[in-house]
Design a protein around this ligand. Structure first.
Ligand code: SAM
Length: 213
C-alpha cells in the first residue's frame, strides 16, 4: 500500500496538531510512507495515528509518538545513531534521512531480516541492521551521538548510557510494562546526566535475550 497526496497531507497535518512541528522531523516523515511498513489485515489503518500489530507479536509505534521521539532526539546530519527495537523499520527509515549512519537492533530475527530487505528496496544504504539484545548496545560501534529505545525498560539501561557521547541525547520510554510509562530525554553533559520527562506513553517491554523467530 502507498499513500495518496491527500493521505500524506492529512498525515502531516495530524502530526503538527499533535505537536510535531520541527521542520526537519516533518521533512523526514514526509519521505517515509508508513503504508510500506504495515502488512496484512491492518494495511488500511496505516495512516491512522495508532500503533498497529506487526510480525513476531510486536507493534509499529503510533506515528505522533514516532514524531515526538524523533523531534526530541534532535538528530544532526553528521550523527551516528543507535536505535534499540527495529520492529517494522519505520523509525529507522525516518532516522536514516536525518543522520549520517543508523544502527538498529532487534531481538527478533524475522523483523531484522524483513526490515533489511525493505531498506534495501528503498535505497536506504546508511542503515545497519543487527539481530541481538539491544539493551547492551553495540560496544564495537560506540560512542553514539544519539540513542533511541522503542521498547520500555524500568530504568535507562546502563550500557546504553555508557555508550552515549558527551553532549549526546537518548530518548526512551521508562516504566513498568503493564502501566503507563513516561517518555524521557536524557542528555549527557559535562556535569552528568540531565533528565527531562516529555509525555506519557505506552510501549511493549524491553526484553532480555533473543526472540524465538
Ligand atoms: N521502532 C519500531 C518501528 O518503527 O516499527 C517499533 C518497535 S516495537 C514498539 C518494539 C521493538 O523492540 C520490538 O520489535 C521488540 O522485538 C524490540 N525489543 C524488545 N526488547 C528488545 C531488546 N532487548 N533488544 C532489541 N530489541 C528489543
Amino acid at each position: 500500500m502507498s499513500w495518496s497526496p491527500e493521505q500524506k497531507m492529512q498525515f502531516l497535518f495530524h502530526l503538527r496538531q499533535k505537536g510535531v512541528t520541527n521542520p526537519r522531523t516533518l521533512g523526514a516523515m514526509e519521505k517515509v510512507d508508513r503504508g510500506l511498513f504495515v502488512k496484512g489485515h491492518f494495511e488500511d489503518r496505516a495512516y491512522d495515528d495508532m500503533p498497529l500489530p506487526i510480525a513476531s507479536g510486536q507493534t509499529i509505534s503510533q506515528p505522533s509518538v514516532v514524531g515526538l521521539m524523533t523531534q526530541a532526539l534532535n538528530v544532526q546530519p553528521r550523527d551516528k545513531v543507535l536505535e534499540v527495537g527495529t520492529g517494522s523499520g519505520y523509525q529507522a527509515a525516518i532516522l536514516s534521512h536525518l543522520a549520517r549512519r543508523v544502527y538498529t537492533v532487534d531481538r527478533h530475527r524475522r523483523l531484522t531480516r524483513e526490515s533489511e530487505k525493505l531498506f534495501e528496496s528503498l535505497g536506504l544504504h546508511n542503515i545497519t541492521v543487527i539481530s541481538g539484545d539491544g539493551s547492551f548496545g553495540l560496544p564495537e560501534q560506540a560512542p553514539f551521538d544519539r540513542i533511541i529505545v522503542t521498547a520500555a525498560a524500568e530504568d535507562p539501561p546502563g550500557p546504553l548510557l555508557a555508550q552515549l557521547k558527551d553532549g549526546g541525547i537518548m530518548v526512551l520510554p521508562v516504566g513498568q510494562s503493564d502501566a503507563v510509562q513516561s517518555l524521557i530525554k536524557v542528555t549527557k553533559t559535562p556535569d552528568g546526566l540531565d533528565y527531562e520527562e516529555l509525555c506519557p506513553v505506552r510501549f511493549v517491554p524491553l526484553i532480555e535475550g533473543l526472540g524465538s523467530e
